[in-house]
Design a protein around this ligand. Structure first.
Ligand SMILES: Cc1cc2nc3c(=O)[nH]c(=O)nc-3n(C[C@H](O)[C@H](O)[C@H](O)COP(=O)(O)OP(=O)(O)OC[C@H]3O[C@@H](n4cnc5c(N)ncnc54)[C@H](O)[C@@H]3O)c2cc1C
Ligand code: FES
Ligand code: FES
Length: 502
């Protein structure tokens, strides 16, 4: 392993990144060497901690800076599941960077001290980095975040001893202390100088990491290296290494392909490139469909959403992936890109079986097309998981319906966690279309969910719980969208009894 300061422009075959303000060159490390292990073991920056090594606890939170359309973006990520070559051309900031030149603590750290936000201290650097990222977001606008925004910024950090109230207090207090400005100009210049015009080809012990700079180059590399694994944000793949100890061969990163990083909109669709982060994808989707805000905020945590991509969620195709039920309920389409060009299909048709897809070996997900809102449609999503934040769904439901004069003209009933793939409830939809949107129709439709799904029992939920919840959620959707019909007496009584119980 060689890690030296460097001021030159990027060299082929060598990883260049900025660490706490200094440009570094790196070679002779594994393609799957994690940023966390590199910081702690190769750089002796032990402020960044390892808790879970799977993106859950936030002890390893660092801030990564990168240029996007010429603007500096500073966001938290989990260092434990980021591979070193994917940091090429980016800047990493650890808790050690926060100490000011005078030796004084940064306002974020001082606020943690003042508010008694730390006990054993193991989680503290992670919390501090999440708060620092929030501090940077707000330092120029003069408008400090509210309690809810602070809470949301900390969804990726767990503390087992202090409790969260003092840490949230620190999130408010840090804006009341004498400010510490972050000098972004010099960093921008360094990142500009590290920008590559050609593919990074990094190799170590026979394993290669490619980071192409155009879609054409990506397609060429895929064709030439059919065995190479596509890497987007690494929030799924990272765990294959840290938890499953899988050997990963060659990888092709899509992170530097500009065509895949765009969000565009025409008269029909919002088009989200597959390399767009979950954070940016969700912001664009929520601007059109505000009713999806809660689902997206409950999708993983802020650092995971900063690193992970919408394309990665769709391409991974897990039956408990959270974006697919909502996207299918909205009628989203997926654009696949391969040697023969691009093709588009309805998202639900992409999934052919458990983790199986209608995608040829040379194809990749290029973009997701989301229809713009149409008059008359109502839509809701509901996620059930054991924890509110940062937890995988037991059941995730998404429903959309178009009513005309109280009749169902069209609808989409979609569930994740109920079958081997995210799946529409075709029998249930058939039972609803053309009928009046009433309690009676709904009762009949609920029965058909037993035909549509035979869910499994696993560590997240039993089959019975899933089946019952699926029905309850559809019933809730009905209650939220029905047009002023009183509930039948006996149903009101059932709810009243349930609510009286502790
Ligand atoms: C702590 C934690 C919490 C999580 N919580 C949630 C959650 O609440 N809900 C949820 O749905 N998921 C969750 N996830 C899973 C993960 O974050 C998402 O699936 C994410 O969207 C994956 O995107 P990525 O860019 O990181 O994909 P990667 O890990 O880079 O790739 C995932 C898979 O997709 C393939 N791939 C990636 N991009 C493309 C492409 N453009 N074309 C073809 N194939 C491609 C890769 O080869 C790989 O097989 C969580 C993960 C962690 C670690
Ligand atoms: S060590 Fe727990 S999130 Fe990285
Ligand atoms: S202070 Fe001990 S885990 Fe948070």
């Amino acid at each position: 392993m060689q890690n030296t300061p460097c001021d030159a422009s990027p060299k082929p075959g060598i990883i260049h990144y900025v660490l706490n303000g200094e440009v570094q060159s790196l070679e002779h490390v594994d393609t799957t060497r994690s940023l966390l292990n590199h910081l702690r073991e190769d750089r002796c920056l032990t402020g960044t901690k390892e808790g879970c090594a799977e993106g859950d606890c936030g002890a390893c939170t660092v801030v990564v800076g990168e240029l996007r359309d010429g603007e500096l973006q500073m966001r938290t990520v989990n260092a434990c599941i980021q591979f070193m070559p994917s940091l090429d051309g980016k800047a990493v900031f650890t808790v050690e960077h926060l100490r000011q030149e005078s030796g004084a603590l940064h306002p974020v750290q001082q606020a943690m001290v003042d508010c008694h936000g730390s006990q054993c201290g193991f989680c503290t650097p992670g919390f501090v980095m999440s708060l620092w990222s929030l501090y940077l977001e707000h330092e120029h606008c003069g408008d400090p975040p509210g309690r809810e925004q602070i809470r949301s910024a900390l969804t990726g950090n767990l503390c087992r001893c202090t409790g969260y109230r003092p840490i949230l207090d620190a999130g408010e207090q840090m804006f009341k202390l004498s400010p510490a400005r972050f000098e972004s100009h010099a960093l921008k210049e360094k990142l500009e100088a590290l920008k590559r015009n050609e593919t990074l080809v990094y190799e170590h012990e026979g394993r290669r990491f490619f980071a192409p700079c155009s879609l054409q180059e990506l397609a060429r590399l895929r064709a030439e290296n059919p065995g190479a694994l596509l890497l987007a944000g690494g929030t799924d793949i990272g765990l294959w290494v840290t938890k499953q100890f899988r050997e990963i061969g060659d990888m092709i990163s899509i992170d530097q392909v500009p065509e895949l990083k765009r969000i565009e909109r025409d008269g029909q669709f919002l088009r989200i490139g597959s390399g767009v982060s979950l954070t940016d994808s969700f912001a664009a989707i929520v601007a059109l469909y505000p009713q999806l805000k809660e689902l997206w905020e409950r999708f993983a945590s802020k650092p995971i959403r900063n690193a992970g991509t919408l394309g990665g969620n769709v391409a991974n195709g897990s039956p408990i992936g959270d974006s697919m039920p909502a996207l299918v309920a909205l009628g989203a389409r997926v654009v696949l890109h391969g040697q023969r060009g691009s093709r588009t299909l309805a998202l639900e048709d992409l999934y052919t079986g458990y983790m199986r897809k209608d995608m040829h070996a040379d194809e990749l997900v290029e973009a997701v097309l989301i229809p713009l809102p149409k008059a008359g449609w109502q839509m809701r999503t509901y996620k059930l998981s054991k924890r509110f934040d940062s937890d995988i769904s037991a059941v995730c439901a998404a429903f959309s319906i178009r009513l005309d004069a109280g009749h169902v003209v069209d609808c989409r009933v979609v569930y994740g966690g109920m079958a081997a793939t995210v799946k529409r409830a075709s029998q249930c939809e058939k039972r609803l279309i053309g009928k009046s949107w009433t309690e009676d129709t709904l009762e009949q439709a609920l029965v058909t969910l037993d035909e549509d799904y035979q869910p499994l029992s696993d560590m997240r939920a039993s089959a019975h719980y899933r089946q019952q919840c699926a029905k309850n959620l559809l019933y809730r959707f009905y209650l939220e969208t029905r047009q002023h019909q009183p509930l039948p007496e006996e149903r009101i009584r059932v709810f009243a009894v349930a609510e009286e119980q502790p």
